[in-house]
Ligand binder design. Structure first.
Ligand code: SF4
Ligand code: FE
Length: 485
């Protein structure tokens, strides 16, 4: 079975007995929980879209290991075309779900590990690449969703991992055995982990020799003993319990993040991809971050398309669509959104071959892509709110709209242009609210800022990759400095 249907995916997640904590409750599985189900639906869309006619080129690929058709989310990029198609696939998924569809982190972790394990083995004579290939083939053949866990809690940011007051503030190896390792620590902000079959863990920063126990990478199933997921509290999340789909704006899809605790989790030796090779920790972090910064040029542009569409619909409802300032704001939103996408495509088109034979994005352009993502969705959201008007945050609830006594007043007084039903207007405004202030705003706004690394991380990479010495030489040549004039 190289491709699962969406329903088969949901059934496969249902079979996993997880330890999920949410609002003080223990939940064994996300599939039947009303607060968690929309986020599961977003991942399900990555399976459904792969089955739909016309999407095969974007949503699937031929495995370079088996030659079989697999979901692109488990593919190792074999060329620049694969990198470009990845971004296009993410835009399509963003357009379809208007949320974070979560499956990209595993894809980016697999690709970062593919080249890094190859280079560790060559330098150190280890066997990590073979371990990864075995795991990769399982992921591809069983069409699994894999979470990629990088961000440690980090404690005191001025101290390296081993100097923290609590040594567990970065995930580490606490025991090395003949048959594997035991790890302890936590990973924060784990997007989609409760909708995943497996989780790949990676270090979060470049490490010195003193931090050997922290240079660890591996994969475990999400029901591994000692693994606990504590779901993050999101704004408007309990609206999902009100049984008023209209008030959700996007009742079908969503995202989810969890603080994930690894309380002395055992990892079999054949699932270890790095164990003490500190000099390669920075390489793995940089490559994973680079791929995930490319990803944002696709997914955020796709969600942006929905938000721009919703803003245009809101203008239609208000009778403002022909007003020149509204048209101008919509053009500005499109310009910003396409600039995000352009950088995602550009860093892919400029990709290069790694020593392992896979393809890596251009790191400078991927970081420019993500730095734009830390800014432009905020402006797009601001313009959407501007066009939507205040009713977006003051509109009465669906229950009042359905109330036989009050409903007719809402119908009457919240009507915009007469040809558009009041309910349609409210639905559009709730969607804009969801994307700019509600639960999807976690993915579209704050995740745009901090996901795949906060803005300063991109600035550091841009400073490193920007080649200022070359630029100075270019200027010197034109200005005829230090040479015959
Ligand atoms: Fe994928 Fe975007 Fe979500 Fe990251 S933020 S997992 S790139 S949809
Ligand atoms: Fe993300």
């Amino acid at each position: 079975m190289a491709l699962m249907t969406g329903d088969e995916y949901v059934a496969s997640i249902r079979r996993i007995k997880m330890d999920i904590r949410l609002l003080g409750r223990r939940i064994g599985n996300p599939a039947d929980d009303p607060m968690l189900r929309p986020s599961l639906n977003s991942v399900k869309a990555t399976y459904d879209l792969a089955q739909e006619g016309g999407n095969e080129e974007l949503m699937t690929a031929a495995s370079h290991l088996t030659g079989r058709r697999i979901n692109r989310f488990s593919h190792i990029h074999q060329g620049r075309e694969d990198l470009v198609r990845k971004v296009k696939m993410q835009r399509l998924c963003g357009q379809r779900t208007a949320s974070c569809f979560q499956r990209c982190v595993g894809m980016d972790a697999l690709n970062a590990l593919y080249s890094t394990t190859f280079e560790i083995d060559r330098a150190r004579g280890t066997g990590y690449h073979a371990n990864l290939l075995r795991f990769l083939e399982k992921v591809q053949e069983e069409d699994l969703t894999v979470d990629g866990a990088m961000t440690d809690p980090k404690g005191d940011r001025s101290l390296p991992p081993s100097a923290q007051a609590d040594p567990d503030l970065y995930l580490r190896v606490v025991e090395r055995r003949a048959d594997g390792i035991v790890v302890r620590g936590a990973k924060a902000h784990q997007t989609g982990i409760c909708n995943s079959h497996e989780v790949i863990v990676m270090p979060t920063i470049a490490l010195d020799a003193a931090d050997r126990d922290y240079a660890v990478s591996f994969a475990v199933p999400v029901d591994a003993k000692g693994l606990v997921m504590v779901i993050g509290r999101q704004s408007c999340d309990t609206r999902k319990l009100e049984l008023s789909p209209l008030d959700l704006g996007n009742s079908e899809f969503g995202g989810v993040e969890a603080l994930t605790i690894f309380d002395d989790v055992f990892v079999p030796a054949e699932r270890v991809f790095m164990n003490g090779e500190t000099e390669f920790a920075g390489m793995l972090v940089e490559r994973f971050a680079g791929y995930h910064r490319q990803s944002y040029g696709g997914c955020k542009a796709g969600v942006g398309d929905v938000l721009i569409g919703a803003a245009a619909l809101a203008a239609d409802c208000n009778g403002a669509a022909k007003s020149s300032h509204v048209k101008d704001k919509l053009v500005e939103m499109i310009h910003l959104n396409e600039t995000l996408y352009a950088c995602g495509i550009a860093c892919s088109a400029e990709g290069t071959r790694t020593e392992a034979g896979s393809y890596m994005i251009d790191l400078l352009l991927a970081n420019v892509c993500k730095l734009n993502v830390t800014r432009f969705p905020y402006e797009i959201a601001r313009l959407a709110e501007d066009i939507a008007g205040g009713l977006m945050v003051t509109a009465p609830s669906e229950k009042d709209l359905r109330d036989p006594e009050i409903g007719p007043y809402i119908e009457k007084y919240l009507k915009g242009v007469s040809s558009i039903p009041t309910e349609d207007r409210l639905r559009v405004l709730r969607l804009i609210e969801n994307l700019t202030l509600g639960s999807a705003a976690v993915g579209y706004r704050t995740e745009s800022l901090h996901g795949a690394g906060s803005p300063q991380a991109q600035r550091i990479m841009i400073a490193r990759q920007g080649n200022l010495p070359l630029k100075k030489e270019l200027a010197k040549r034109i200005a005829k400095l230090g040479r015959d004039r």
